[in-house]
Design a protein around this ligand. Sequence first.
Ligand code: IPM
Ligand code: MN
Length: 349
Amino acid sequence: SRSIRLAVVPGDGIGPEVVAEGLKVLEAVAPAHDLKFEQTAYDLGAARWHRTGETLPDSVLAELRDQDVILLGAIGDPTVPSGTLERGLLLRARFELDHYVNLRPVKLFPGVATPLAGVTPDDIDMIVVREGTESLYAGTGGVLRKGTPHEIATQESVNTAHGVERVIRYAFEVAANRPRRKLTLVHKDNVLTYAGELYQRILKQVGAEFPQVGTDYVHVDAATMFFVTQPQRFDVVVTDNLFGDIITDIGAAIAGGIGLAASGNLNPSGAAPSMFEPVHGSAPDIAGQAKADPTATILSVAMLLDHVGAPAAARAVEAAVAADLTERAGLGARATSQIGDAIAKRVAG
Ligand code: IPM
Ligand code: MN
């Protein structure tokens, strides 16, 4: 059987609880597809920071680089100053491993309740290709005259032709392989004239190589509205890092909630391992109560399987999740591990 080195970063809050269920399902599906995952767990997050002051040490980063793929739970804790773990661990991993595509499907499964009236699964089936290494997330800028009435805080949006080209190219490739073959650029080119113009220009350039893909453009503010009023409008969406962060939370909300939203931080070049994680955070308010929904992590495991070249295993996990979702409405509240058990059981046969 094929052996795959898997780094596991459970992280904070509900992270370890949902990751345990993701691994349960992975272990259940692997044998039938001749896969073997060699797991290494990494202790990263709030506890390590409290103990050692470290977020993502160079030595750990070097070990992560050596793995084939990474599964991450969630990062962040109210006892740690805001931004410390987000920047020092999660964004550092995304940037250092050059995860330039943050892939976030927005898909309504049958049987799942959406807050949108009169909407069926056919109406919500899109995939957001969020840029993962640039824009306002770059973290450059600074503070002048701190604490004075004349304080100035600047935060720069960095957008490179290289970075924009590669994410737009990836989005065209995704769109070319979907039945509707439609790619929508979401930005704010009427105000962010430099970055917006760069995205528009490169969309045109790369689009010339994909004549079969139709393109259009929607301002990000309008996109938030259309996600709610006309989700049918979208097939593949490409956007920058910050806009992608915001619209994928709306995407999660319309497709059944943050408990179901999966993502992959991809380095499509293969030069470093890709990292799969639920879109949700560490939810410290419900941590340790077995209330967290592991479905987003399990669907992230399906994306991981696709990424390692095991599409049949990925489809098997998705089918098991889909079947579980159709029965959920009739069941009472289930513990995190009960949901994982039910999906693992279906996937195993
Ligand atoms: C996400 C999260 C992260 C982001 C935070 C925790 C840094 O909101 O994955 O969407 O902003 O990208
Ligand atoms: Mn987010």
